[in-house]
Design a protein around this ligand. Structure first.
Ligand code: UN1
Length: 532
């Protein structure tokens, strides 16, 4: 199985990335020939680490011809894979999960190098991949359909679920491998092929994941070549996936703006979309809340991954009776939380991904100030990393707490940075109305020991999000539940529960095992004897 796409032409040997890439088998796959398309002079794709801002690898972008080749090869692989019994397909995912277990430390560290998330979160991302593999292996023996009562005598009605085709996956920088795995593990046991365009900002972890997948495929044997492929590059390759008639389902994670470009274009050819777009997640803190627990939950949800999760807590709606205490304790946390090299013990907040992200954060804070908000933190922080002083190209910030009286426009937008807007409320109905008064609908929480408040929040007239929690934060969802949200979040559901159904084609079958031909709805349609 060849990776059709890339050549690595430079990795600085003194860099930490080099031994990791060698260990994970990335160099071997890059050395393989690039499929049947002639090597081309596509642009170089420099990979930066946000830890120092330095370039740690230079890849070559996948050409459009190579990408089309890979998609067609995936389609050919699908034609074989769809007839492999699901439990045998599950065996591939099981062995892939074993490879991930064996290399969790190395892959987790590579995720940290590429994204700047702290080591524990880098490892957590790999754990999330392992967990979805375990889930998918179980699923491979549980793909099931209903038997439905027929209105006709001697008839049986049932649903059969068949593999769909090639699944395209566009993933974002912040979860550079886990989100692919939610899609791929399910797609593979469901009998599909997978073509993946990872974020241009985090292609190395994707290549390492692909290398581990190839190892698993070689161990298992009988896996058709081209079943999984990786395309490296930007928007043009994304468009190719959107427009390709071979891509039956496109799962895309990213901004709402990206979703707006993808969804109508996909709809034009009736391609299936699974969208996981922006979030603007809020938590309501009620008077009865356990404040120690709330504070810890809020800290992880708002500060984790430096505020760069789609599930990051961005709005905190606090009952006015506990507002002063909550704000004071939050300020303490925000002042003291360690911002620094994500590889160092004790660091909780690593760098932002890049300059654009820093600029967007500063613009949002400026806008909030101009509306009279009180901002604490948000400034750039100089950080000495393990290698050197992080230069001008690394963007570390002190997370920002922003006190607002109501939801000014900036609060209603998603700024992918560690900004937490805090606002007071009087009545729960008012808090829920504020909570739902944004265009995104991913994740939400309530902190309360009052069962009526909790149940109201979870009810039909409560949170309008795809994820609604009680006494835990908005981020860090387990893989067992369906993941995704409503409104501008895009409506898709990935990962657990019955999300697998999206990766399959449903057929309704009616079987007549009798000798007569009764028609549904009692329709009579008798032809004369001899006519038939
Ligand atoms: C994302 O940020 O795109 O629930 C995914 C969470 C993680 C996944 C986040 N399990 O925070």
């Amino acid at each position: 199985m060849t990776n059709p796409v890339v050549l690595l032409d430079q990795v600085s040997p003194q860099d930490e990335a080099h031994p990791l890439l060698a260990r994970l088998g990335v160099e071997q796959i890059l050395a393989q020939p690039a499929g049947s398309a002639a090597p081309s002079s596509t642009p170089e794709l420099p990979v930066h680490t946000p830890i120092t801002g330095q370039v740690i690898a230079r890849l070559r972008e996948t050409s459009e011809a190579e990408a089309s080749d890979a998609i067609e090869a995936a389609h050919r692989a699908f034609l074989v894979w769809r007839s492999v019994p699901p439990p045998r397909r599950g065996e591939l995912v099981r062995v892939f999960g074993e490879e991930l277990r064996a290399e969790a430390a190395a892959l987790g560290r590579l995720v940290t190098l590429e994204t700047g998330k702290i080591l524990s979160e880098g490892l957590g991302e790999v754990q999330e991949m392992i967990d979805i593999c375990t889930f998918a292996v179980g699923l491979s023996r549980q793909l099931e359909g209903r038997t439905i009562a027929s209105e006709r005598a001697d008839h049986r009605m049932m649903e059969t679920w068949h593999p769909l085709g090639v699944v395209g996956v566009i993933s974002a920088f912040n979860f550079p491998v886990a989100v692919w795995s939610w899609n791929a593990a399910l797609a593979l046991v469901c009998g599909n092929a997978v073509v993946w365009k990872p974020s241009e900002k985090a292609p190395l972890s994707a290549l390492a994941t692909h290398a581990l997948f190839l190892r698993a495929a070689a161990k298992v044997g009988g896996v058709p070549p081209g079943l999984c492929a990786v395309l490296l590059g930007g928007v043009r390759l994304g468009e190719l996936l959107v427009d390709s008639p071979w891509i039956s389902l496109l799962s895309a994670t990213g901004s709402t703006a990206m979703g707006r470009a993808v969804a109508p274009r996909l709809a034009r050819r009736f391609g299936r979309a699974l969208l996981e777009l922006g979030g603007n997640n809020a938590a309501i803190v009620c008077p009865s809340a356990d404040l120690d627990l709330t504070l810890r939950a809020v800290a992880f949800a708002a500060l984790g991954t430096a505020g760069q999760r789609c599930t990051t807590l961005r709005r905190l709606i606090v009952h006015q009776s506990i507002y002063p205490e909550m704000i004071q304790r939050l300020k303490q946390v925000y002042r003291s939380v360690v911002v620094g090299d994500p590889r160092a013990a004790g660091t909780l907040v690593g760098p932002l991904i890049d300059q654009r992200s820093y600029a967007a954060m500063q613009a949002a804070l400026q806008e909030a100030r101009s509306h009279g908000a009180q901002v604490t933190g948000g400034e750039r922080v100089a950080v000495a990393t393990a290698d050197a002083e992080a230069g001008n190209a690394a963007f570390y910030v002190r997370p920002a707490l922003v006190e607002v009286a109501d939801q000014i426009p900036v609060v209603k937008r998603e700024t992918f940075a560690p900004i937490l807007y805090v606002l007071p409320y009087r009545e729960l109905e008012e808090a829920i109305a504020l909570h739902n008064d944004v265009s995104q609908g991913l994740s939400s929480s309530i902190f309360t020991l009052n069962m009526r408040e909790a149940e109201q929040f979870l009810s039909a007239s409560g949170s309008d999000c795809g994820i609604a929690n009680v006494n835990i934060g908005t981020s860090g969802a387990e893989i067992g539940g369906a993941f995704g949200g409503e409104k501008e979040t895009g409506g898709g559901r990935e990962s657990g529960s019955d999300a697998w159904k999206q990766y399959m084609r449903r057929a309704t079958n009616t079987i007549n095992y009798g000798t007569r031909l009764p028609l549904a709805q009692g329709v009579s349609f008798e032809i004369e004897p001899g006519q038939g």
